[in-house]
Design a binder for this molecule. Structure first.
Ligand SMILES: Cc1ncc(COP(=O)(O)O)c(C=O)c1O
Ligand SMILES: N[C@@H](CCCC[NH3+])C(=O)O
Length: 429
């Protein structure tokens, strides 16, 4: 946390209080340099290991044109999971060849769009999709590079709603019951699909490397089967994203160590099977976007319930950050206008939605609030704006990138008129 002589919080060299004044609240402020240095740190781990690799930013964490431009400039590909994300990445100027498409239920339109623009790869998720995609690729007379998404039966130690690699998951081909092997056999026979790799993503906000290592070992067996038994042109092992970040002091993210351990496990398992080291893909989302984002809110109403709890309400809430409501997520906050003030009491930070679960932080240690306080909630860069809603017809906040003291609006604040833009009045009333 950077604090100026005026005791204000600074983000990317910009005074957060001035940002709130200039652009209004809630405001999501990204430290642009932090996004860049985080990506550079990922590159560095791979470069030091001297292995072929690709970093694909999982745009679901925060998908806007500016973010796609930035991460592509830093040498990332883009992982998209819908036609809308694909469209955003393409409109930002990222070439289709640097994009790959995920999803457990891609529609024919989405697949057709991806094939038409010449997407880099499609990660096929299920048998229904193999048939659909083969048909679409044949009709447009193209050969499409695909990876298969494998459910490796690994339980990542994270919230059950964001664990995705276990056997009972809606994502991917089950490895234990041989469905993944069967998928590879089908792809070996699919004339317009070229299976170039395997993918697994075991979950999100993971701190423990063991799940990744087990997934790599299991995928290596399947990879060996694909190369040796089916003569597939496999070159890619994509281990997904999921690297945990620090939301509060309880979290201690070992991102570089985790990545190094994944590289070492890949080296060991592939060498043991006398396979060439694959191009190792990762798809970090949260770890790139999350720590760089801070949300600024104007403090509003307060109440003390004697012997029970103190509530402090802000001018946003679950509409811009649904993560506490969904996952019981924890956040750290300070007042941006007196960022070094000592806590005086516990204050639970509530949103302004008509919902008791609309909370941002339970029992935060904070100074007693004053009317002009601006609350800064840290690590809100991932799965906040991208999961924002219009519940209670609350417009989505503005987003700025701050760098070397200069702020740039990358998403305009929505207005009430934006909210009714797609509404149509009944003609006869
Ligand atoms: C297939 C896939 N790749 C990458 C990610 C990004 O995960 P994270 O944001 O935890 O890095 C996700 C989301 O969990 C995902 O589903
Ligand atoms: N949206 C979730 C993570 C899901 C990741 C997508 N597979 C979160 O905020 O933690």
């Amino acid at each position: 946390m950077q604090i100026g002589d005026n005791h204000h919080l600074y983000i990317g060299g910009c005074d957060a209080v001035e940002l709130a004044k200039s652009y209004g609240t809630p405001l999501i402020v990204y430290d642009e340099k932090l996004i860049r240095t985080t990506i550079q740190a990922f590159h560095e781990v791979f470069r030091r290991a001297g292995v072929p690799y690709q970093i694909s930013y999982a745009s679901k964490a925060f998908c806007t044109m500016a973010m796609c431009q930035l991460v592509y400039q830093e040498g990332c590909g883009i992982d998209v999971v819908s036609g809308g994300e694909l469209y955003t990445a393409l409109e930002s100027g990222v070439p289709a060849s640097a994009i790959h498409l995920h999803g457990n239920n891609k529609t024919p339109d989405e697949l057709g769009f991806a094939v038409d623009v010449g997407i880099g790869a499609i990660i096929v998720d299920n048998f229904f999709e193999i048939a659909l995609l083969q048909d679409i690729a044949a009709k447009s007379n193209r050969i499409v590079d695909v990876l298969i998404r494998v459910a490796p039966g690994v339980e990542a130690h994270t919230h059950e709603f964001i664990a995705t690699g276990g056997q009972d998951s809606k994502f991917g081909f089950d490895l234990a019951s041989d469905q993944a092997h069967m998928a590879l056999r089908q792809l070996a026979d699919a004339e317009n699909l070229r299976c170039v790799g395997l993918h697994s993503h075991i979950g999100s906000q993971i701190f423990d490397v063991d799940g990744f290592v087990v997934a790599v070992e299991r995928l290596a067996d399947l990879y060996q089967y694909g190369v040796r038994e089916l003569d597939l042109p496999l070159t890619v092992l994509n281990v997904g994203g999921g690297f945990g970040i620090r939301y509060t002091d309880e979290d201690a993210p070992p991102v570089a160590e985790t990545l190094s351990a994944i590289i070492a496990a890949t080296r060991q398992t592939f060498e043991a099977r006398e396979l060439d080291f694959p191009t190792l893909w990762i798809e970090p989302g949260r770890s790139i976007a999350g720590p760089a984002g801070t949300t600024l809110y104007q403090i509003g109403s307060q109440k003390r319930i004697p012997g029970i709890r103190n509530y402090l309400a802000v001018d946003g809430g679950m509409t811009d950050n649904p993560r506490l409501a969904l996952y019981g997520a924890k956040y750290h906050a300070v007042y941006a206008n007196r960022a070094d003030a000592e806590p005086e009491d516990t204050w639970s930070v509530a949103g302004k939605c008509c919902e008791s679960g609309d909370m941002l932080i339970w029992d935060a240690e904070l100074p007693n609030p004053k009317p002009d306080d601006i609350l800064a909630v840290f690590a809100t860069g991932a799965y906040n704006y991208s999961m924002a809603s219009h519940y209670n017809r609350i417009p989505k906040p503005a987003v700025v990138f701050a760098r070397d003291g200069v702020a740039t609006v990358v998403v305009e604040r929505e207005t009430w008129s934006d909210l009714i833009r797609k509404d149509r009045r009944l003609a006869d009333l």
